[in-house]
Design a binder for this molecule. Structure first.
Ligand SMILES: [Zn+2]
Length: 256
């Protein structure tokens, strides 16, 4: 078993492929990914599982509350909450702060309250993690709350009133054949509000019409207009830690 960020797992998979090393032939049978969203996205997960010949499960914690709070079981359908009795978890609307009822499929920002911490308890601590939750019983028998982290609230952009997470765009483009799933969103305006089309740089072997196909797929799935620019594989910065999905270097004050 190895524990690492999904970005680093993908980086090692690319490195292994370029040097002719067959990771699937190694003794690694399980990848525990954590530290950023991505390990729960079907496309990225499938790519990692194929490259490593290993099962991928996710875990998530938050340093201010507890370093490990959520972990996925062998059924791979969201991370189970393991802090019952110690930490209270809520879901809120990140814009309004209103509590979102916990029902299957509900989405919002995770908010935590320490229940048993005496030294420096935190009350309703906003995680900035945007998640989808499930309250129904998992096939493993556990009935604890399950989540999948969709993205960081800080990374969320609003394009004509539609909330967009860069990690969701990555999931759509990673569904295309031969696309490694490395993207960077390049907002033109500072702050979350952006005018369409949203510029997105995608690593892919260019072929006629691919950028337009991706734009259509993103629009169909996420209801947002984008301008996809393809760059050769290996162009975007690699990371040994967490991917930077948004590049603000071209954003200007009041441009939206
Ligand atoms: Zn389970």
């Amino acid at each position: 078993m190895v524990a690492l960020t999904p970005s680093f797992a993908l980086h090692l998979a690319e490195l292994a492929e370029s040097t002719g090393l067959d990771l699937a032939a190694t003794s690694v049978k399980r990848l525990l990914v954590a530290g950023e969203p991505g390990g729960g996205e079907a496309e990225l997960r499938g790519r990692l599982e194929a490259a490593w010949g290993a099962r991928v499960t996710e875990a998530m914690g938050i340093g201010d509350i507890a370093v490990s709070l959520w972990g996925e079981c062998e059924h791979q359908v969201g991370m189970h909450f393991s802090g019952a009795g110690l930490v209270h978890v809520e879901l809120i609307d990140p814009d309004m702060g209103a509590v979102v009822p916990m029902v299957d499929g509900a989405e919002g920002e995770l908010v935590y309250t320490h229940l048993a911490q005496r030294a420096a308890p935190l009350l309703r601590f906003r995680s900035r993690d945007h998640a989808r939750v499930w309250t129904s019983r998992c096939a493993c028998g556990r009935d604890s709350l399950r989540v999948r982290c969709i993205g960081r609230t800080d990374d969320m952009l609003i394009v004509r009133g539609v909330n967009v997470f860069p990690s969701a765009i990555r999931e759509v483009v990673a569904g295309f054949d031969g696309v490694p799933g490395l993207i960077q969103v390049r907002p033109v305006a500072k702050g979350p509000k952006q005018a369409p089309p949203l510029p997105v740089v995608v690593e892919a072997e260019a072929r006629l019409g691919l950028a337009e196909e991706m734009q259509r797929a993103i629009r169909a799935r996420l209801l947002v207009a984008t301008k996809v620019t393809l760059v050769p594989p290996g162009t975007l910065p690699r990371t040994s830690y967490k991917s930077k999905l948004v590049d603000w270097s071209e954003a200007k004050e009041g441009a939206s």
